[in-house]
Each structure stands twice: as C-alpha cells, then as structure tokens.
Write a protein that binds this ligand. Structure first.
Ligand code: EPU
Length: 302
C-alpha cells in the first residue's frame, strides 16, 4: 500500500512519523520473506493515538512490526502499511534492580547490558533474536525461563482504549508463548525487575545456553525460530524429525536438517512456499500423532 496524498504526508511529518516508501518486508524479517509496502517509523510515542486516528480517517489499514524475527509476511504488494518504533537513546535505564527498557531495544543487547551491570535471570534469552517489545508480546522463552517472569510493568498503546496506558505485571497473564495483550496492542516500554548476580556467573550461564543453541539450532540460516508451538508435554521438533521430514522442502522453504521445528528460507522462498510446507508438515503430524500443531510464527498474509 502506498501513501500518495500530500496532505496526509504533511500530517505524518507533523507528528514526527517518518515515511519510508516501498519498504521490503523480506529485508525486515529474519525469514527474509515478504512483499512491499510503506513503512511508518514512529519517533514520538505520545503521538501514537493521533497517528492511529489519522490512519483510520484515511481508511489506511496498518500493522505493528517489532524486530520481525517471529513473522511470516505474505508476498507481493501488501494491503496495509507497517508501523515501527524508532529506537530512542538511551534504550535502557537502570534504577536499582529495575531496568526500564524501550520496546524497540534489541533483546540480546538488553540481556548483555543488564549482565554488565550485574543483573541476571535472562541468560536463556541471549540468543533469541528480536526486540524486547516482540519478546514481551509473545512471552519469549528458552532454557527454562521466559521474559514474563521479570515484568514489573508495561507501557503500551491499548488499541481498544485508544490511549497509552501502563499495566502492572499482575494485570498481565504470561503463559507459554502467549500473553493476555490484545493483538492490536502495541508494546512501548517495559520495566523488568532482575536478580543481582555477578557478571562472571551470568556469563557462564550465557555460554552454556549459547552452546546448547549452537549445537541444536540452525543459527546461520534465515528462519523465524521454531515454527510451531510445542504441544503440552511433547516436542514438535521431535515429532517432525521422527516422520523423517528433515530436509523436506517446497520451493526454497525447507525443514531444517539440524532442528525439525525450524523451517528455513534456503534461497528465494515465497510466503506461499512456506505456508504450503507448514500445511504439509502439520497434516503429516496430525495423521501420525493425532496432534494439531499450533503456529508459533505470526502469519500476516494478505
Ligand atoms: N529433537 C529431535 N529432533 C529435532 C529437534 C528436537 O529429536 O529435530 C528432540 C531433542 O533431541 C530433544 C527434544 O526434541 O530431546 C526437544 O528439543 P529442544 O531441546 O531443541 O527443544 P524444543 O522443544 O525443540 C524449545 C523451544 C525453543 C527453545 C528451546 C530451548 C518451542 C517451540 N521451542 O525447543 O524456542 O530455544 O526449547 O529452550 O517452544 C522458539 O520458540 O522459536 C524456539 C526456538
């Protein structure tokens, strides 16, 4: 979708929104798949309610993009514009055991920054790609921990209320790869409460997690992490592997040879290829194990 109206463009500029015409979602996502549309970069968060009313007045559909690391976007010209937060400076402010972190901050860098100041707990998240906002929205986790456990409060744009609000940790439910945020809520910032630990001890934990990740996941390849959630008490990767589907492909969309729940873009995969591969694997798992796998990856298909 292209923004053409000069009056609308001027209104965007007036609320400090930068218009990047014809952005490629393939370039903005870790899977490297997705068509093109206009990208609207937000630098002044207080104007988000004005931006949303402006878009609605002009009948322009929109979606919020975080770090693009758990996302499969459709092919071709997309029927909505993309909204993304520009990174503020600083992204993280420490105050005792509290870390006030902007939603646009990189998750790995946040873990490292806190570690350098002797705050730990999030060691398992070091290799999880994406932004803090994206991790928060889906309650990202790995190696026995999840970001939700550290959340003291969250600042967000609540689409239903059309305003920016602050929610306390106990008002949000964090479950396995799921939260109580509404799909159209936009994460803006989070306050994390972290345990004190020595940098040395945190580093040791980080090294162990990195080693486990390197030995089991296809880190150098274009993927969205695990494509399906694990069903209760089982591993999607193990089931897909047991069916001999490692290496199975549709076009350039391929089940990783290393970890069967990672589907990689081995070249120029289209969203159609990836969705077909996901549907094939899902139906094979259902037929053999009687389990309906649920997507972990968020799909924005036009
Ligand atoms: N396994 C296989 N073959 C495979 C993959 C896994 O046999 O191709 C077996 C492993 O040998 C192991 C079991 O399945 O016995 C579980 O595998 P793993 O430890 O790799 O964990 P997982 O359940 O596949 C989960 C998360 C990962 C997270 C790791 C480590 C989900 C869907 N996946 O993977 O998260 O990094 O544990 O904590 O919850 C993600 O969410 O994107 C993600 C990568």
């Amino acid at each position: 979708m292209r923004v053409e109206d000069p009056k609308f463009k001027a209104e965007l500029a007036a609320i400090a929104v930068e218009l990047r015409p014809g952005a490629s979602l393939a370039a903005l996502t870790s899977l490297g798949i997705g068509g093109t549309t206009d990208l609207l970069r937000i630098s002044k968060r207080q104007f988000i309610p004005d931006l949303i009313s402006l878009l609605e007045r002009h009948h322009i559909a929109y979606k919020f993009l975080g770090g693009g690391s758990n996302l499969l976007v459709g092919d071709g010209e997309l029927p909505w514009v993309i909204l993304q937060l520009a990174k503020p400076d600083p992204e993280i402010v420490l105050d005792g055991n509290l870390a006030h972190v902007d939603a646009a901050a990189d998750l790995g860098r946040t873990v490292t920054y806190c570690a350098k100041h002797d705050f730990g707990g999030m060691e398992g998240l070091i290799g999880v790609p994406g932004t803090v906002g994206g991790a928060l929205r889906m309650n990202a986790g790995a190696y026995g921990m999840q970001i939700g456990s550290f959340v003291r409060e969250v600042k967000l744009y609540r689409a239903a209320e059309r305003k920016i609000e602050i929610l306390r940790g106990h008002e949000i439910s964090f479950e396995y790869r799921h939260t109580s945020f509404a799909p159209d809520d936009m994460m803006l910032a989070v306050t994390l409460e972290l345990p004190s630990k020595s940098f040395k001890e945190i580093l040791q934990g980080i090294r162990i997690c990195n080693e486990k990740r390197r030995s089991s996941q296809p880190l150098g390849q274009k993927s969205a992490g695990c494509i399906f959630k694990n069903p209760p008490g089982a591993s999607a990767g193990r089931m897909i592997d047991e069916l001999g589907l490692k290496g199975h492909s549709v076009g350039d969309a391929k089940v990783s040879d290393r970890h069967a729940n990672f589907f990689v873009n081995a070249g120029q995969a289209s969203a159609k290829d990836m969705l077909t591969l996901m549907a094939n694997v899902r139906s094979r798992v259902e037929k053999s194990f009687g389990v309906k796998l649920e997507h972990e990856v968020v799909v924005w298909n036009a």
